[in-house]
Design a protein around this ligand. Structure first.
Ligand code: ADP
Ligand code: MG
Length: 298
């Protein structure tokens, strides 16, 4: 049984003229133990996909199963319980509570589980040790470097021992040395049998992944298995043609990446009529951000 199954999942935001189709009938199966990178330009739906998979957001349409159980229509408190027990989140902006120490931040998720205070602090301390920042236990987030802050956030995501870890641009605010540290941490967690999904703009980081999914305009346009330690084939096309040293270069890398990929997007692809791909369902769908009727009025 797959850990995660999405079938024709769509996510719409807003109403009427302002409707955004953030996910466009995405189907995706993720097995336990995968280490999956998600790439694609800004606004293509990466975070929405992570939020839906992590039960932070509900799909507008489609089926979503977690360990075989349907979870697309759960009530908020049911979703919260599953998140608490099974899923750890790591975000680009760290999301630590500024008035709590590193130790208290890490211990926080355990409070929701009813673990006693002493035990919570002990477990949090052990987790901070594991991510290499135990010496910063009593520091506030503002007193930590970016890399240390992200390590604390990772400790917090892991303290519940979740089987699924979702990291949305976990290295987005970090220099390359700290990025590597964070990815090595995630790699260790992966080795212990956990499933990890992460969003990145940096083709170099696909080295850590066993699978890379490329998104565009709310759709998955390419999905490749990749060997641990190697940059994914499609990502490599970009990496070695561009000197990616700064974040801006990484972003440039993403745009180049989209060009390197076979486009399956009907609004941009120059398809020949009757070409094999034109028959696929994903190319016949409308990809408008506003209903056609509304646009024709203008
Ligand atoms: N809460 C929201 N309300 C309205 N639109 C949203 C919301 N969240 C995301 N979007 C829109 O959905 C699309 C996908 O966003 P997102 O998943 O954040 O992209 P990415 O993470 O790839 O940059 C974007 O057009 C974005 O503006
Ligand atoms: Mg995002």
């Amino acid at each position: 049984m797959a850990l995660i199954e999405l079938k024709d999942v769509s996510k719409l935001y807003g109403f009427g003229d302002a409707t955004t189709l953030a996910l466009d009938e995405v189907s995706l199966t993720i097995e336990k133990g995968e280490f999956m990178a998600v790439m694609g330009p800004s606004g293509c739906g990466k975070s929405t996909l992570m939020n839906v998979i992590g039960l932070l957001d509900r799909p507008s349409h489609g089926e979503h199963r977690l360990e075989g159980k349907p979870v697309a229509r759960l009530r908020p408190n049911q979703a919260a319980k599953i998140r608490r027990d099974k899923i750890g989140f790591i975000f680009q902006a760290y999301n630590l509570l500024p008035r709590l120490t590193a130790l208290e931040n890490v211990a926080l998720p355990l409070a929701y589980k009813g673990v006693t205070l002493n035990r919570r602090l002990k477990m949090a301390s052990e987790m901070l040790d594991r991510v290499g920042v135990q010496s910063r236990e009593y520091f506030l987030p503002s007193q930590l470097s970016g890399g240390q802050t992200q390590s604390v956030a990772i400790a917090r995501a892991l303290v519940n021992n979740p089987k699924l870890i979702i990291a949305d641009e976990p290295t987005g605010n970090l220099d390359s040395a700290s990025s590597r540290l964070v990815m090595e941490l995630l790699a260790d967690i992966h080795k212990m049998g956990n499933t990890i999904l992460f969003v990145t703009h940096n083709p170099e980081l696909t080295r850590y992944a066993t699978r890379v999914v490329y998104m565009h305009d709310g759709s998955i346009i390419h999905d490749e298995k990749t060997a641990l330690g190697q940059v994914a084939t499609t990502a490599r096309k970009v990496l070695y043609t561009l000197p990616t040293t700064s974040e801006e270069d990484d972003l440039a890398g993403v745009s180049a990446l989209m060009k390197a990929l076979p486009s399956k997007n009907p609004t941009r692809a120059k398809r020949k009529p009757g070409a094999a791909k034109a028959k696929s369902k994903s190319t016949t769908r409308r990809k408008t951000k506003a209903p056609a009727k509304a646009r024709s009025k203008k």
